[in-house]
Design a protein around this ligand. Structure first.
Ligand code: TYD
Length: 142
């Protein structure tokens, strides 16, 4: 399963008026899955690299609701893309079995993560060599 080509940026509608802005993210409407889990990351800085894993089951949408950060995605077979998350109305969709690293956090960054599954430690692949092996073995390059 090589989902690298299915990583994509999402642009959410902004409901803005003189009171400010409001962005709605509905499961299975604005993101391509029902949202089962929400977590957010803050207090990281430009020296930190987070993530560094792939998930066998979970799909994610990441949104910098405040500040900025970068997300690097890889397929372990030579494909790699870096996305800059710098707007609260922008998201990045990361399907399962894509390696991800979040880094270069601004001091004010709040990275909101929406997930398709409940937390299950066992479905995380945290060893990059193991990830590459799995991707090679399953002929994901084709
Ligand atoms: P971790 O996966 O290392 O975060 P990141 O992907 O941002 O690098 O998670 C940090 C800790 O939080 C770790 O002890 C596991 C725990 N955790 C949960 O209990 N539930 C969750 O949904 C997540 C994402 C993490």
């Amino acid at each position: 399963m090589n989902n690298f080509a299915n990583v994509q940026t999402l642009s959410f509608k902004e409901h803005g008026d003189e009171r400010g802005s409001l962005v709605v993210v509905e499961g299975a409407v604005d993101v391509p899955f029902d949202i089962k889990r929400v977590f957010y990351i803050y207090g990281s800085d430009a020296t930190v690299i987070r993530g560094m894993h792939a998930n066998r089951k979970s799909r994610f949408v990441l949104i910098n609701v405040a500040g900025t950060s970068k997300v690097k995605v890889k397929d372990g077979l030579g494909n790699e893309t870096i996305y800059l998350l710098d707007r609260p109305r922008m998201g990045i969709y990361i399907p399962q079995m894509v390696w991800k690293e979040m880094y270069d956090f601004s001091a004010d960054a709040v990275l909101l993560c929406l997930a398709s599954e409940h937390y299950e430690q066992e479905e995380y692949i945290r060893d990059y060599d193991e990830y590459v092996r799995i991707m090679q073995e399953t002929d994901c390059g084709k």
